[in-house]
Design a protein around this ligand. Sequence first.
Ligand SMILES: [Fe+2]
Ligand SMILES: [Fe+2]
Length: 183
Amino acid sequence: MQPTKELKIEHEAVIKVLQILDTISQRITEGKDISINDLETLLEVMKVFVDRCHHGKEEKILFEAMESVGIPKEGGPVGVMLYEHDNGRRYIGGMREAFEKFKYGDKEALNEFAANASGYTTLMYAHIDKENNILYPMAETYLSETAKIKLVQDFSMIQAQETGDGMYEKYFNLVEQLKANYL
Ligand SMILES: [Fe+2]
Ligand SMILES: [Fe+2]
């Protein structure tokens, strides 16, 4: 049983979101038309699926479990991950703010969207890389089999709470739809 496998599968979907954002930023730079609906969908995926669900599983479940086996939250790799989650939230907030201005007719706000999107993707590619290659292997090494079983159960609870019961798959489908349009 590898509870981090589930998180790595989510990372694959997050990476697609980042690639879509990069493509959208490129289109903004080239002055091409941008779909309001697609930006709205992306913002929902980032807020609900990436931040509340995926980062929720990490912050409320995985990092707590790691702390309980002696890996401190502050001053080490977990602290760095928490700091990066906060930065990610700031970039999502910046994208949301720019999007609202764009929605009400301010086309210049798209540049602000692209600047935040670029900060977010740079941060998140490196963040995912650190989790996949450093943090998750650390968790798999230090957590007991019993703790891992509990982790998977607790992940399902967060998932139902944050995405809505049975709605988790919807986010993977939204990412695939956007990917078909942009990648
Ligand atoms: Fe994370
Ligand atoms: Fe993650």
